[in-house]
Every structure is written in structure tokens, then in C-alpha cells.
Design a protein around this ligand. Structure first.
Ligand SMILES: Cc1cc2nc3c(=O)[nH]c(=O)nc-3n(C[C@H](O)[C@H](O)[C@H](O)COP(=O)(O)OP(=O)(O)OC[C@H]3O[C@@H](n4cnc5c(N)ncnc54)[C@H](O)[C@@H]3O)c2cc1C
Length: 402
């Protein structure tokens, strides 16, 4: 008998979606396929571990709506399931006059997004939160927290399989989707599955999976590696919690910052450099197929020409520790290069349209039998339960479920 639902990808979005669908409709036969030998091994397992408040996102956007709803759902879930998190708050710091206007716009945006407890800070007040940070003005965001998203994923998976009767199969890379009359065949190197409805949450590979059922797709996923340094143990006291710069609205994911980890330690970074391999976590990782896919995409060529200097700047900081340190010193002037040791990295999936737009909002497109989650960047981990709920509702409509 075919599965009712087949989910491709065991990151936080796929797992939350699987759980949400089975919570609403336990009668559905559901399976999740993951190509790796473990869950959450890519974006989810290599992210900053921040529970975002929603201050950054355009009011009314999918990011703003899902972050707001997802934030509360995540906290309720963690309280119920005993998952550790800390609402430690963060400071956003302006260090230059020209950032003040953007800082004010961000403050207003936060209020519009319902964050009534955010507070403007002057330079002394910044120091009350982060004594070693120098800035001319700032915003205190008490809602922001830290969490381990791998732990959250383990719990989603446990609930989906053990409490709700769903199945998860690892080492199952989907290589083909073949539509039949009332179902599709989903093919992996070792097995073939039949499913009435497919949900593609394959993250960095979501465009490739989407093209299996929609060949003329107009977006491509371009991978950007984010590299971190660790703050050395003896300098961890320089950072109490989270210290962020004022984002440039054109490149909201740029701007190195400091993040305290729930398990201990302080991350400094990440930058964002084009990755020559979708799951390439090291500088020299290379895939001809992935590089060809990115570098021949008209949209990415446009982006490269428009923002050559921004891209080269990120590469320069990747190759040159002095330059990376200098960027970090803007927020923490007493930091020295010797206080940093190379840390982890993560690769972001950024959707870019054929005509050269970096897709900013979450993007979910559907055809008759497949729902494709094509852009789920930050704050998708914070928003996972809300995104999962929305997809469960889409499934209800598509399958005419009451
Ligand atoms: C450096 C970095 C820092 C971030 N920081 C934060 C943060 O602090 N807070 C926050 O809310 N968000 C953050 N994000 C964003 C967040 O991590 C992502 O939005 C989220 O993890 C996306 O989840 P996902 O399930 O869509 O993708 P992924 O976690 O990448 O999962 C996709 C899964 O699909 C599998 N897959 C791919 N192809 C196939 C196939 N053909 N067959 C079977 N399986 C397949 C992959 O192996 C993978 O496990 C960050 C992201 C990065 C990269």
C-alpha cells in the first residue's frame, strides 16, 4: 500500500513537518527519508543555535509570521518536553554614525512585529549588558535565546516515530520521483517507495529534488559557507551572551557576531563565502556538479557582478585572520587575533531566482503531488513548528482531509 505522506530530508523543517502532520492526522501512513546516516547533519546541525525573536523581518512576511508563531510554539514545546534553552537576550550594537538610521528602523520594525519589550540603549547602557562592547547606540532584545537544535530534532523524531507511529529511514538518498496515476514512485539507490503526497525539505538539495517533479524550476539553491572562530577559554568572559551588529538590509545574513553556546563556549562569526560544494564545510571542498550548477545559473552570475566587492571582502576575511579579527573588533575592541581559534562551519542554502534576486522570504511552492520547501534560511529553525503546521494545513487541503 502506498504511503500517504513521504517527506524527503531529515533536517529540522522535515522533522517538524512530519511530526505536525501525524499530530493532526494520526491515521495517515507517513515516512521520512534521509540520505545521511543520521538526522540534522547539515544546516540544522551546524547553525548558531539561536532562538530568534523576529525583530529583523518585514512585517507580514512569512519569516515574520512564522518566527513569531514558531518562537512561542518552540518555547512551549521545550517546556513540555524538558528541552533545555535559555532566554538570555541579545544586544544589537551600532558602532558608526551611518548605522543609526538603520538601528532606529530596526527598533520600529521590532515594535511593529509585536516585540514590545525591546529597549533602546545608549553607550553606557550597552556596557551594562556587555561590559566589553563599545557602541554609540544599541537595542536590547530580551526575547532572544539559545538552544541546541539537534536536541530539538531528536525529540521531533522520537515523537514522530515512537508516539505517533511514523517511520524514518536513513541512508536513503532520493534520486528520482516518477509520477503515476494516483501516487508517485520515489526512488533511492536501494529501494522504491510509493506515496500519494511528497514533501521536499531537502535544504541545500531542495532545488535538485524539486526539479525531479518540476524540471523548469526558476530558482536555484546557491550554497554559502559560514565560518566561525571560537573565543579562547580565558577570553570567554569578554562576552556575556549575544552581541550582533546592525544588519545591512541588502545582506541580512552578513555581519559577524558573538554567540554564547548552550553547551558552553563562544562562537565568533560567521562570515558568508560562496561554497564550491553544497555540503562543503572546508575551504578547499569542491564539487564539479555543484559548482557548475551555481556558476552557470544566470541569477547567480548577476548577483556576482552586482556584489563583487562584497563577495571578495568575505573571501578576504575567510583567508586572512587579521581581517576577520578586525571585523570582530568593531564590536569588541579589546579582542586580539590570538584569542581566536578556528571553529566550526555551516553552509546556508540561499535561493536565487533566474533573474538575479536573492529570495529573502521563506518560499514554498507546490504542484499536484509535491510540496517543495525551496527557501528556508534563518530563522527557519526557530520557526520550524510553525512552518510544519502550515505544511500540514496545505496537506489537509490537498488531500481533502477534515
Ligand atoms: C551557519 C548557519 C547559522 C544559522 N543559525 C540559525 C539560528 O541561530 N537560528 C535559526 O533559527 N536558524 C539558523 N540558521 C538557519 C537554519 O539552520 C536553517 O534554516 C534550517 O536548519 C533549515 O532546515 P532544513 O530542514 O530546511 O534543512 P537541513 O537542515 O539542511 O536539512 C535538509 C536535509 O535533507 C537531506 N537531504 C538532502 N537531499 C536529500 C535527498 N535527495 N534524499 C534524502 N535526503 C536528502 C539532507 O541530508 C539534510 O539532512 C542557520 C543556518 C546556518 C547555515
Amino acid at each position: 500500500m502506498p504511503y500517504d505522506i513521504l517527506i524527503i530530508g531529515g533536517g529540522i523543517v522535515g522533522l517538524a513537518t512530519a511530526m505536525r502532520i501525524k499530530e493532526k492526522h494520526p491515521e495517515l501512513k507517513a515516512i521520512l527519508l534521509e540520505k545521511e546516516d543520521g538526522l540534522a547533519n547539515h544546516q540544522t546541525g551546524n547553525n548558531s543555535g539561536v532562538i530568534h525573536s523576529g525583530i529583523y523581518y518585514r512585517p507580514g512576511s512569512l519569516k515574520a509570521q512564522n518566527c513569531k508563531r514558531g518562537y512561542q510554539q518552540l518555547l512551549d514545546f521545550c517546556n513540555r518536553e524538558n528541552i533545555r534553552y535559555e532566554l538570555c537576550g541579545k544586544v544589537i550594537v551600532a558602532t558608526r554614525q551611518e548605522e543609526l538610521e538603520r538601528l532606529e528602523a530596526l527598533y520600529q520594525r521590532g515594535l511593529e512585529n509585536g516585540l514590545t519589550e525591546i529597549k533602546k540603549l545608549n553607550s553606557e547602557e550597552i556596557k551594562q549588558h556587555e561590559p566589553y562592547t563599545t557602541g554609540i547606540a544599541g537595542i536590547w532584545v530580551p526575547y532572544t535565546g539559545i538552544i541546541d537544535y539537534r536536541e530539538v530534532c531528536e525529540k521531533y523524531a522520537e515523537i514522530f516515530t515512537q508516539r505517533l507511529g511514523g517511520e524514518i529511514k536513513l541512508n536513503q538518498k532520493v534520486i528520482r520521483i516518477q509520477p503515476k496515476k494516483d501516487f508517485s514512485e520515489v526512488v533511492t539507490p536501494t529501494d522504491t517507495y510509493q506515496a500519494r503526497m511528497i514533501i521536499n525539505t531537502a535544504g541545500l538539495q531542495s532545488d535538485e529534488v524539486a526539479r525531479m517533479s518540476q524540471p523548469g524550476l526558476d530558482v536555484r539553491i546557491i550554497p554559502f559557507r559560514g565560518e566561525y572562530y571560537f573565543l579562547s577559554k580565558e577570553k570567554e568572559s569578554l562576552v556575556k551572551n549575544l552581541i550582533y551588529p546592525v544588519p545591512d538590509p541588502r545582506f541580512p545574513f552578513l555581519g559577524v557576531h558573538y554567540t554564547r553556546r548552550l553547551k558552553g563556549g563562544i562562537d565568533a562569526g560567521p562570515n558568508a563565502v560562496f561554497a564550491f560544494k553544497k555540503e562543503g564545510y572546508k575551504f578547499f571542498d569542491f564539487s564539479l556538479k555543484d559548482s557548475w550548477s551555481s556558476l552557470t545559473w544566470p541569477g547567480f552570475i548577476k548577483v556576482m557582478f552586482s556584489y563583487t566587492w562584497v563577495g571578495l571582502g568575505e573571501y578576504w576575511r575567510s583567508l586572512n585572520k587579521n581581517a576577520f579579527t578586525k571585523a570582530l573588533q568593531r564590536l569588541l575592541p579589546s579582542l586580539q587575533k590570538e584569542n581566536l581559534t578556528p571553529g566550526n562551519s555551516g553552509v546556508r542554502a540561499q535561493a536565487i531566482t533566474r533573474d538575479g534576486k536573492m529570495v529573502d522570504d521563506f518560499l514554498i511552492i507546490e504542484n499536484e503531488m509535491v510540496i517543495n520547501v525551496l527557501n528556508a534560511p534563518s530563522p527557519a529553525a526557530t520557526s520550524s513548528l510553525s512552518i510544519g503546521q502550515s505544511i500540514a494545513e496545505m496537506i489537509e487541503k490537498k488531500m481533502n482531509l477534515k
